[in-house]
Design a protein around this ligand. Structure first.
Ligand code: ATP
Ligand code: MG
Length: 329
């Protein structure tokens, strides 16, 4: 059963000169209860914008349309009284560069306690008690809650952010690049922690990252985003072994692999400008397998397998190249 169902989501940012920049284009995304979905794609493709639209955090000058259904409520309907409550209790967001989001002059436990008090879930004393339990849950000694954020290491602050995100017992945890700023050891610890928390608490996880190995380690499914759209989605192993969209394939091939002697293959060019009118596939100018139709016609939605979707005129093109076969043993 879908716990979060996003359909037809569009986000336009307003440029200083008044032009509308179309950052997210008619995007559909479904997260099932308990599922772990990785939203991947290169910088600027709109990952954070999708999360911000779901959590009503886009700037007031931005325009958002579509449906974001959580627990039977459309969070995008402005006068929906439940929308605000659901956003921060049912869905919880760990921000990109969250580690710097703590208030430096407030004790960590008081900051973790605050959302519980604000949402009327606990009185202030009970909220602090719960904050200490949550710190323990994320592997920090409860007594450390008396400390200030600058007395925590980066890894501890990221754990504490997770504790704060869990404060209102959400069903869905959304994490935007939760490990990017951490060294590989701490990164591995945070991933193990996310893995444990999502199993123990039955949390659905929407993990945003441009780091494919992180997704492979933690998620069952991935949705690959390019220029404001999801171009392919499916089980992560299928995407890795038999990518349908050339962008998915090129993204994997651009990912360093310590076991392979093949050099990473960067993707030439850069994503299209946000305000560009599109006739064909947005990836066509950078695609190593593009045909004429890719430049002139919008790509069709295809099903490369059960439980998989892709938007491509030439699904699977280029997968059998010898270099790639050697790369992905
Ligand atoms: N507040 C804003 N006003 C105008 N444009 C914005 C704003 N926020 C983001 N954008 C633009 O929208 C596009 C998508 O940005 P977004 O931050 O969602 O990308 P992202 O996929 O999260 O990238 P990254 O991996 O670097 O975090 C980018 O071109 C960005 O410049
Ligand atoms: Mg981002």
């Amino acid at each position: 059963m879908a716990v979060l169902d996003v359909s037809g989501l569009n986000v336009w940012y307003q440029a200083p000169d008044g032009r509308q920049m179309h950052a997210v284009r008619d995007l559909d995304l479904t997260l099932e209860a308990g599922q772990r979905l990785g939203l991947v794609g290169e910088s600027g493709c709109g990952k954070t914008t999708v999360l911000n639209a779901v959590m009503a955090l886009v700037p007031p000058t931005a325009t958002v349309s579509g449906r974001v259904i959580f627990d039977g409520v459309d969070l995008l309907v402005p006068d929906e009284i439940n929308a605000r409550k659901h956003r921060w209790t049912g869905l919880s967001l760990v921000f990109q560069s969250a580690m710097n989001a703590f208030n430096p002059v407030v004790r960590v436990e008081d900051q973790i306690a605050e959302p519980m008090v604000v949402h009327g879930l606990r009185d202030p004393r009970a909220a602090v008690r719960r904050a200490r339990e949550l710190l323990e849950l994320v592997g920090i000694a409860p007594s450390a809650g008396r400390r200030y954020p600058h007395e925590f290491s980066g890894g501890m602050r990221q754990r504490a952010m997770l504790a704060m995100a869990l404060a209102c017992d959400p069903q869905v945890l959304i994490a935007d690049e939760p490990t990017t700023a951490l060294d590989t050891m701490v990164q591995a610890q945070i991933l193990t922690l996310l893995d444990r928390l999502s199993s123990e608490l039955g949390l659905a996880l929407l993990l945003v990252t441009h780091d494919l190995p992180v997704v492979s380690q933690l998620c069952d499914r991935a949705a690959v985003m390019y220029a404001g759209r999801i171009v392919e989605s499916g089980p992560i192993a299928d995407l890795y072994h038999s990518p349908a969209h050339p962008y998915t394939r090129m993204l994997f091939d651009a990912t360093p692999d310590v076991l392979s002697e093949h050099a990473v293959a960067s993707i030439p060019g850069s994503p299209p400008p946000l305000n560009e009118e599109r006739t064909g596939c947005a990836f066509a100018p950078r695609c190593d397998s593009a045909a004429e139709v890719c430049r002139t016609e919008p790509p069709p939605l295809v099903r490369p397998g059960s439980d998989r979707l892709a938007e491509c005129h030439r699904p699977g093109a280029g997968v059998d190249r010898p270099a790639r076969k050697a790369h992905h043993v």
